[in-house]
Design a protein around this ligand. Sequence first.
Ligand code: NAP
Length: 250
Amino acid sequence: MPPPRTLIITGASRGIGAAIALKAAYSEYQIVVNYAKDQEAADQVVEQIRKSGGNAIPIRADVSVESEVIALFQEAENRFGPIHGLVNNAGITGGFARVDETTRPMLERLMAVNVIGPILCLREAVKRMSTRYGHSGGSIVNISSLAARTGGAGEWVHYAATKGAIDTLTIGLAREVANEGIRVNAVSPGLVETDLHAAAGAPDRPARLSSTIPMKRPGTADEIAAGVLWLLSPEASYVTGTILEIGGGR
Ligand code: NAP
């Protein structure tokens, strides 16, 4: 049997990240379940993965803090060996506001978590995967949002803009490292039933907006995870720089 490969998933204690981790338990990956605050939730995800026969460890790190991102990758490598995969999933919305209502502290936190954090993770991943540094390559999936295309008007244009940055990062980095054994893609979810909406102050948002979705329902975290796992897998060996929209026709 080939040795297990190591996958780091940021923000995997809940929602879409947790669903990706639980699905990856059935793949060739041993999984690093990253979280920011909720250790109990991360421990539960790890426990579920172990129960289903997979291998996982929780590692706390706030992706917006450079030293914590470096420590996350170092600890992952120390405990599991070479890194082969990254899912850049951790993200926040910054809360609901029109652009004329945004404040600098909220924008700084949003950019730090949704843009700078993912770039720091991409940097650490490339240094540990690229053939340029003597490694064997890997696969990266960034979690974007359909808001990057629709714009989030009246709700969170500021959040949508961070996801536009994720799309651009995906295209640019994919081309930068295409000849270094690394594929870089994004999954762009539509409306998905997770805690993200409650955290922004509107737990009923998925139900309320269902009628605006051509399929007339929000997606599940599991439906997003399926796309991520495919992009990570060798089945997608000729796919890079692609943004896979999973949004029920939105
Ligand atoms: P969620 O349920 O709110 O979960 C967010 C996860 O990110 C949690 O595990 C949280 O950890 C972690 N996290 C938050 N800030 C972090 C930080 N600074 N460093 C490390 N981890 C951090 O969100 P979700 O709905 O699953 O969203 C996941 C991704 O999908 C996000 O990038 C989001 O923008 C994107 N997305 C979501 C939807 C949707 O409708 N839900 C649609 C499109 C795109 P703790 O538990 O420790 O706080």
